[in-house]
Design a protein around this ligand. Structure first.
Ligand code: THU
Length: 142
């Protein structure tokens, strides 16, 4: 991934985080995905008074993209932190276990960079294979 695309994805995640609905945890998360055809989608966490109905930012953005016809995700970016922090957060937000499995459904585990961003300039890149080793995916059912 080139630096310009990384910056675009982080920007999209930071902007989406501003829309996070997190009145219970006060932890705001934004995520973005890059699709096969070069489009960027973004999404935020959406909490619920019945806590278990909460949707993480990663699943929000993936469901948004898939519902628009996307089937392959080339990269994902996430940024998250307490609401007291605006566009720069002090700690890394890494995808939860459920979100890792949902990413797996639409990404190649060997070729899906995951950008964990604290700000536009402070980020690291890992990948799906590292986050979800020896995973189970669609090919296992074919
Ligand atoms: N959350 C995300 O949106 N993504 C993550 O990677 C970690 C957790 C959300 C769920 C909940 O709204 C809040 O952060 C605290 O768990």
């Amino acid at each position: 991934m080139d630096e310009k695309m990384i910056q675009r994805m982080i920007t999209a995640a930071i902007e989406a985080r501003r829309n996070a609905y997190a009145p219970y945890s006060h932890y705001l998360v934004g995520a973005s995905v890059l699709t096969e055809d070069g489009r960027i989608f973004s999404g935020c966490n959406v909490e619920n008074a019945s806590y278990g109905a909460t949707n993480c930012a990663e699943r929000t953005v993936i469901f948004k993209a898939v519902s628009e016809g996307v089937r392959r995700i080339r990269a994902l970016c996430v940024t998250g932190g307490n609401e007291k922090y605006a566009d720069e957060v002090p700690d890394e937000a890494t995808p939860c276990g459920i979100c890792r499995q949902v990413i797996r459904e639409f990404a190649d585990p060997a070729d899906c960079p995951i950008i964990i961003a604290k700000s536009l300039t402070d980020y690291r890149i890992t990948d799906l294979e590292t986050l979800l080793p020896e995973s189970f995916g669609p090919e296992n059912l074919s």
